[in-house]
Design a protein around this ligand. Sequence first.
Ligand code: GLU
Length: 299
Amino acid sequence: MKFPIRRLVLLFAVLALVLAAGCGDDDGNGESRAPEVTVEEEVEFPAGSTMAELADAGTIRIGTKFDQPGLGNISLETDEPEGFDVEIGKLIASKLGIDEDDIEFIETISANREAFITGDRVDIVIATYTINDERKQQVDFAGPYYVAGQDLLVREDDDSINGPDDLAGKRVCAVTGSTPIARIRTSYPEAEPVEFETYTECVDQLEAGQIDAVSTDDIILAGYAADPKYEGKFRVVGEVFSTEPYGIGLPKGDTEFRNFLNDVLEDAYEDGTWEEIFDATLGASGETAPEPPPVDRYP
Ligand code: GLU
């Protein structure tokens, strides 16, 4: 059953999220700017619900990546987290009446996302987090709010790798606790997997010539390829070989909270906010916003 958020939220603020500067998304330097969040002024949630607890506390702890350009990344300019996942987090906070300055963004890496949720180190995780049955044994997911696919990043001048079938004997870096490292090990046993804790370490190894490819979601790799720091150094192969639906991780069994998060996503799909967030973050490196995926209100 859909959670009746519209009846519970007193809409003193009209828009949850608007583009800054009269709908423009250009900051004068030709770069897109993140949308500006307008916080719901007055919100009322069922007593005892996670939403009420967070709204009363006036803060939320959000686990995200800190080293994935376009998704969850620490800005060199502001030293603050920025990207698509970060903006989805700000949107959720705004619907709870929480100002973005009162969000605590906490770095989660691929291997510790479930543990940070089950150990109450974060309230939610928005961190390129693939929804799958194994993870659902420990946590629940709202969403998906984006669907990525596993791909490969190689050095620009390396034309020997053009898909996963070219990986025999190649050193392929992926991250501990991620779905891509598991898939390389099980489906491409002739590749030589190299494992690190973060994608930054993999990308640095690729740049240094220590490994032949980095494997993870296409949208993460596109972010590195477009990063001015690595300009002209890498190319994304473009042969996607998995489906990675990104979810918002939350404590298992909190269905009321999951329904709320799904409602926020669906509303953002309908009123165009999701697309604005996409355009201002991932879209800045040339990606076109796809149709947002339907949320999965699994039992
Ligand atoms: N989406 C994949 C996962 O959740 C890969 C990206 C990541 O490691 O965060 O494992």
